[in-house]
Design a protein around this ligand. Structure first.
Ligand code: UPG
Ligand code: MN
Length: 644
C-alpha cells in the first residue's frame, strides 16, 4: 500500500494568491493612470514650448517606466505561489535508491577557512543515505596542499562521525554546529550512559581533528594557486579500508584539483563543476548530483532523501532537471542590517556568466526541463553570507556583472526564453538580469526631484489634483505589498526598512559599477572575474554586525556616491522645506519634499556614520569630506539656476 502514497505534495497558497493578484490588478491600473498624467503633462510642456522643462521631466518618465517594467516582470513569480511538502519516509527501500554524487567547491584557502570547508565535507558524508550510494567530491581550485592534507584528516574523523550520526540519528550532521548546540541525542537515548560516553569520545576526536587542521595550516604556506597540475586522489587509508563498496561504512571521498594555467580560461565555479562531472563519471557516475558551496553545510541529513521525493515521483521525474533548495544562512542575526538573507529567491554547468547557477537553471528550463523549488521547514542546507557592507556590495557587483552578461547576450531571457519556454517562466528569469538597471531609476529619483525642489520646478501633481491620489497610491501600494511579504515570511518591520535601504544602496553602487565593468569588458578593457567572498570573520566586523550597526569600511568607490547623494537629499529637503514655509505653497511641492524626506529617514545610518559615530566602522572623514564637496557642487548649481 505504501508505494501508492504520493512522495510529495504541492498546494497553492490561496490567500497569498488572492492578495498578489489583487495587488497586480490595482497597482497596474494606478500605473496606467500615472503614465496618463505623465503623457498629458509632457504634451502640455511641448504645446507651451517650455522645452527646458523636458530636461527634468523626460528622465523622470524614463525612470518610472523602468520601475514599472521591473515591477511587471516581478509579478510572474507571484502569480501562483505554491508550497511543497516531501515525505522522505515514503521513499523506497535503500536498495532501490539511486546513487548521488555530492560536489563541493572551494577556491581560495586565504578567504575560505579550511576548517569550514572540511565541516561542509563531513556534513555531506553524514547525510542520511546509503553510504555505498553516496560519493563526495571536493574541488579545490586553489590547489592547496593544506586542503589535501586536511581532507585526509576529515576522512579519518568521518569514519567515527558518520556511524555516530547514524546510530543516534543525529539531526545536525555538521560537527562544528553540532557541538555548539545543545542536542543531547534523540528521546529515549537522552539519558543513556552509552550515548553520553560516546558523545564525549566523539567530541574528543573532533577536537583532535580541529587541532590537526590548525597544525596543517600553521605548517603550510597558504595561498591560492593559479598555476598547478591536476591532482585527483581518492581519500583512503593505507589498508584500503572503506574502499570495498560492499562493506563500505562511509561514503567515498575524492579530492580533485583541476589543472590551472594562467594562460588558460578556467571558467570559475562552473569550470570546477564540469571537471567534477568528468571525474565522477569515471569513478561513481551517479545519476544525481548535489552541488554545495564550501560555505554551506547540510543542516538536515534527510535532505537528499527529500530531494528524491521529487526525483522519484513518476509524474515529475521524466522532466525534472533539478530540485532547488533556497539559500538560507546560519550567520544572520535578528537585525540583519545588510539584508543578507535575500528572501526572494537563485546539468552541465554553463560558462559565459559568473552567475552560472542562475544561467544553467535558465538554459535547462529553455531545453524543456522543469524544476522544483523546495523550501522545507527545517532548512536543508545553511550557508554563510558576508556580514560586512563592503563584502556584500562586492558580491552583489559580481552577481550584477553576471546578470548583465546574460541580459546583453543572445541568451537574454525575454528573447531567447520567450521563444523556448513559457512567458511566465521567461518573465521570472528576466526579472533578475533586467532589474540591474534599477540604478538608472534610482539615480534619477535621488537627484532630479531634489535639484528641482531647490530650483522650484514642480514635477509631481499638486495635493489638490486627483492625480495626487494616483501617485500616493502607487507609493503606498508598493510599500504595503513589501511589508505584507515581509510579515508573511515571519519577519518584522525592521526587515522591510533594511531591505529597502539595501536595495537602494546596491542599486546605486553595485548595479552601476557592474554596468561599467561589463561595458569595459565588451570594449576589451577588462576581463571577467569571480572574486570569492571572504569567509574569514574579523572580530570587529562581527561585533558591529551583532549590534546591528553598519561597517562602513567599504571601498570609497561605493561610499562616496552613497554619502554624496545622502547629503544632497538632506540639503534639498532643508532648503525645499524652508521655501515651502516661506511661500506657504504646501500643496505644490508636497511629493517632491517627501522624496528627500523619505531618503533622509531611511538612510539615517549614513548620517550616523558620517557625523555621530566614532568607532572604526564609521564613514571615514575623507569620504565624508569628498562627499560634502560633491554635493555642495550640485546644490550650488541648483541654487544658481534658481537665482537666475
Ligand atoms: O574560481 C572559482 C571561484 C569560486 N568557486 C567556488 O564557488 C563557490 C561560491 O563562491 P562564494 O565566494 O561563496 O560566492 P557567493 O556569492 O556566496 O555564491 C553565490 O553566487 C555564486 C554565483 O556568483 C553561486 O555559484 C553560489 O552558489 C551562490 O551561493 C565557493 O564554494 C567557491 O569556492 C570556485 O570553485 N572557483
Ligand atoms: Mn557563498
Amino acid at each position: 500500500m505504501e508505494s501508492s502514497l504520493p512522495l510529495s505534495h504541492c498546494h497553492v497558497k490561496k490567500t497569498e494568491l488572492v492578495i498578489n493578484r489583487l495587488h497586480t490588478f490595482l497597482h497596474g491600473i494606478a500605473l496606467l493612470a500615472l503614465f496618463y498624467y505623465r503623457l498629458t503633462s509632457l504634451t502640455d510642456i511641448i504645446k507651451n514650448k517650455n522645452t527646458s522643462l523636458l530636461l527634468p521631466h523626460v528622465p523622470i518618465l524614463i525612470s518610472e517606466l523602468i520601475l514599472s517594467f521591473i515591477w511587471l516582470l516581478s509579478q510572474a513569480s507571484k502569480w501562483r505561489p505554491v508550497a511543497r511538502k516531501a515525505y522522505p519516509e515514503r521513499v523506497p527501500g535503500d536498495e532501490k535508491l539511486p546513487s548521488i554524487d555530492v560536489f563541493i567547491c572551494t577556491a581560495d584557502p586565504t578567504k575560505e577557512p579550511c576548517l569550514k570547508v572540511m565541516n561542509t565535507v563531513i556534513s555531506a558524508m553524514a547525510l542520511d543515505y546509503p553510504p555505498d550510494k553516496l560519493h563526495v567530491y571536493l574541488s579545490d581550485d586553489g590547489g592547496s596542499v593544506a586542503t589535501l592534507q586536511a581532507i585526509k584528516q576529515a576522512w579519518k574523523f568521518s569514519r567515527l562521525w558518520v556511524p555516530f550520526c547514524r546510530k543516534y540519528k543525529v539531526k545536525m550532521a555538521c560537527p562544528e554546529a553540532y557541538f555548539l548546540t545543545d542536542e543531547s541525542g534523540p528521546d529515549g537515548k537522552f539519558h543513556s550512559t552509552e550515548f553520553r560516553a560516546e558523545k564525549k569520545e566523539i567530541k574528543k576526536s573532533y577536537m583532535e581533528f580541529k587541532d590537526s587542521v590548525t597544525k596543517i595550516i600553521a605548517d603550510t604556506s597558504i595561498y591560492m594557486s593559479r598555476d598547478h597540475p591536476p591532482i585527483i586522489e581518492v581519500i583512503d587509508d593505507a589498508n584500503g579500508d572503506g574502499m570495498d563498496s560492499d562493506k563500505r561504512k562511509i561514503p567515498l571521498l575524492v579530492y580533485v584539483a583541476r589543472e590551472k594555467r594562467p594562460s588558460h580560461p578556467h571558467h570559475f565555479k562552473a569550470g570546477a563543476l564540469n571537471v567534477l562531472l568528468r571525474v565522477s563519471a569515471m569513478i561513481s557516475n551517479s545519476p544525481y548530483i548535489l552541488v554545495l558551496d564550501c560555505d554551506m553545510y547540510c543542516n538536515d541529513p534527510s535532505s537528499a532523501r527529500q530531494a528524491m521525493c521529487f526525483h522519484l515521483d513518476p509524474e515529475l521525474s521524466p522532466k525534472l532537471g533539478f530540485v532547488q533548495f533556497p539559500q538560507k544562512f546560519y550567520n544572520i542575526n535578528e537585525t540583519d542590517i545588510n539584508d543578507g538573507k535575500q528572501r526572494a529567491v537563485w546539468v552541465g554547468f554553463r560558462y559565459f556568466s559568473v552567475v552560472e547557477d542562475y544561467f544553467t537553471g535558465f538554459i535547462l528550463h529553455c531545453k524543456g526541463w522543469i524544476s522544483v523549488y523546495f523550501d522545507p521547514s527545517t532548512p536543508g542546507f545553511l550557508g554563510a553570507t558576508p556580514i560586512s557592507l563592503g563584502e556584500i556590495l562586492v558580491q552583489q557587483t559580481r552577481w550584477s556583472v553576471g546578470f548583465y552578461q546574460v541580459a546583453l547576450s543572445r541568451f537574454s531571457p525575454l528573447i531567447y526564453g520567450l521563444l523556448r519556454t513559457s512567458t511566465s517562466q521567461s518573465m521570472c528569469y528576466a526579472e533578475f538580469p533586467y532589474s540591474q538597471i534599477y540604478f538608472l531609476s534610482l539615480y534619477v529619483l535621488a537627484v532630479i526631484p531634489q535639484l528641482c525642489l531647490i530650483i522650484g520646478i514642480s514635477l509631481y501633481p499638486k495635493v489638490s489634483s486627483p492625480f495626487f491620489v494616483v501617485f500616493s497610491f502607487v507609493f503606498l501600494s508598493s510599500q504595503l505589498k513589501h511589508v505584507q511579504e515581509v510579515f508573511s515570511a515571519g519577519h518584522s518591520i525592521r526587515t522591510w526598512s533594511n531591505e529597502q535601504r539595501m536595495w537602494m544602496m546596491k542599486s546605486l553602487t553595485s548595479y552601476l559599477f557592474a554596468a561599467l565593468e561589463v561595458v569595459m569588458e565588451k570594449l576589451g578593457l577588462a576581463k571577467a572575474r569571480f572574486l570569492p567572498t571572504n569567509k574569514v570573520v574579523d572580530d570587529e566586523q562581527a561585533k558591529l554586525y551583532q549590534m546591528g550597526v553598519y561597517d562602513f569600511r567599504a571601498p570609497a568607490l561605493f561610499m562616496v556616491p552613497l554619502c554624496s547623494l545622502y547629503i544632497l537629499n538632506v540639503a534639498s529637503f532643508i532648503i525645499g522645506f524652508g521655501r515651502i514655509m516661506q511661500t506657504q505653497k504646501w500643496g505644490e511641492m508636497f511629493i517632491q519634499a517627501f522624496i528627500p524626506f523619505f531618503a533622509t529617514i531611511l538612510h539615517f545610518p549614513l548620517l550616523e556614520g558620517m557625523v555621530l559615530r566614532k568607532d572604526k566602522g564609521r564613514v571615514s572623514p575623507s569620504v565624508s569630506l569628498l562627499s560634502a564637496v560633491i554635493s555642495t557642487i550640485f546644490v550650488s548649481f541648483a541654487a544658481l539656476v534658481n537665482y537666475y
